[in-house]
Design a protein around this ligand. Sequence first.
Ligand SMILES: [Zn+2]
Length: 233
Amino acid sequence: MDRLRPRNRPVFFGFTNAEIEKMEKLLKDSGEESLGKEFCQRLTKSFNRSSGRAGKPVIKWTEIQSWFQTRLPEPPEVPKNKLTHTNGLVSKEGIIRDPSELEFEARSSKDGAWYDVEKFLAHRFLSTGEAEVRVRFVGFGAEEDEWVNIKDAVRERSVPLENTECSNLKVGDPVLCFQERRDQAIYYDAHVLEIQRKMHDIRGCRCLFLIRYDHDNSEEKVRLRRLCRSPRS
Ligand SMILES: [Zn+2]
């Protein structure tokens, strides 16, 4: 019967009844979270330390993760007629575009900043009918994967504003502004409040832009090179 086993999934039936009961409860309470490496490692430690494990083989965290994997429901297929948004991920015909054709950024719910998307891992629908995708961020590992709302938190990657585009920028325009935080580049949505126009010289745009960040309403004066715009504007 080996042929019927799902490929790449080590089959391991060495859990005690108490361990299975505990995992079933965690699965119900935590759902997707139970697939996380840290989550599984913590649980593995507690199992291996418990008296019920005495004299039995030590459990590996990957065995716990596989157990959760086989019990979590697969993400549903996206019904094409439900997709009506226009953020570039879905074409006018309602077909999900191959993400390799386009580059995307997604807003993390942890800090509200936008990060480049490396790939889309899965999608699902909430009971409200809203669609979500699970994204892997560029430069981050699986432990930072997040479910994000397709409509509000995924869009085509923003592009830096060129010196020649300065004159198109108006008060009230939405921009994506680069913030330097420790060693990390963080991009937040913002709006232009005020523009101090200056003569452009050989170094390009010398104008100053007063912007207000959407997430915390803080204001900052920045140069054009720190601003990006939507590729569609
Ligand atoms: Zn300028």
